[in-house]
Ligand binder design. Structure first.
Ligand code: UDP
Length: 246
């Protein structure tokens, strides 16, 4: 890892990657990239590269994992060993187990599990390249993959983090900001703005949290628009006007 830069935010308010405090990194989404999955998504957000495959609803195995009245959601976040600077150890870690749990919980309020008793909905996340914000990137990609799989949801989930860098509240931390910043605060929310994931690493005052949540709301709104555009492109059938009779 490189040494801590003297400043993470320049005197004219620009971050090292050229963004202002309230800007998210550029996001690119491809939908339906895996032919064996029921739904899938490849997402790039800054230098993060994430692949998600969704399978189901399908009969849950082992049988004892089934619930008679509802589907179970299983979310597995995994980092490829080559996704980070110092090779990530293959297999589950405390961190990946925690991220999988909170991400599953972020989707539970919107997936209509009651429609599919005894089944499982599997969400497999592979982080191919990591540059801070992988859990939020993975949630945004999973939301698209779930929609691609046709899983009934009350709405999309969007996710973004804010943090504190050089004493300033900024949106969507990159790796340097995550490493050398003072706080990181990932959030996920429904399209109505109800929060379904909220975590905090570092120290923030209540006023800083209020300010950060305002930034996150703005970021999530932008992400929701990107998600909707991709989904519209795939699912909206163009309206063909009947030709006028002459
Ligand atoms: N990271 C790493 N090795 C690890 C775990 C994380 O290099 O074993 C890096 C990776 O770039 C990741 C960043 O640290 O995106 C921040 O990790 P954090 O746990 O805050 O989760 P994230 O911000 O990715 O959701």
């Amino acid at each position: 890892m490189s040494d801590k830069p003297e400043k993470l935010i320049t005197d004219d308010g620009l971050r090292l990657d050229g963004r202002r405090a309230d800007e998210i990194r550029p996001m690119k989404i491809e939908i339906g990239v895996l032919s064996r999955a029921d739904g899938s998504c490849y997402l790039e957000w800054g230098k993060n590269k994430i692949l998600v495959g969704v399978f189901g609803p399908r009969e849950a195995h082992p049988r004892r994992s089934q619930r008679s009245d509802t589907a179970v959601i299983r979310y597995r976040y995994n980092m490829a060993s080559f996704s980070v600077e110092d090779r990530a150890r293959p297999g589950p870690s405390r961190r990946s187990i925690e991220i999988s749990k909170v991400s599953r919980e972020a989707f539970e309020p919107v997936i209509m599990t009651e429609l599919f008793p005894k089944t499982a909905i599997d969400i497999f996340v592979e982080v191919l390249q990591a540059d801070a914000g992988t859990r939020t990137a993975a949630i945004n990609a999973s939301s698209i993959a779930l929609a691609d799989a046709g899983i009934p949801m009350k709405g999309l989930i969007t996710s973004c983090a804010f943090g504190k860098v050089d004493g300033q509240i900024v949106l969507d931390l990159n790796k340097e900001e995550d490493n050398y910043g003072e706080a990181d605060f990932p959030v996920a929310m429904t399209q109505d703005g109800d929060i379904t994931l909220l975590q905090m690493d570092g120290h923030l005052t209540p006023e800083e949290i209020r300010k950060g949540l305002e930034l996150v709301k703005k970021g999530c709104k932008e992400i929701l628009e990107i998600q909707r555009t991709v989904l519209r492109k795939k699912f909206e059938t163009p309206i063909v006007e009947p030709e006028e009779e002459t």
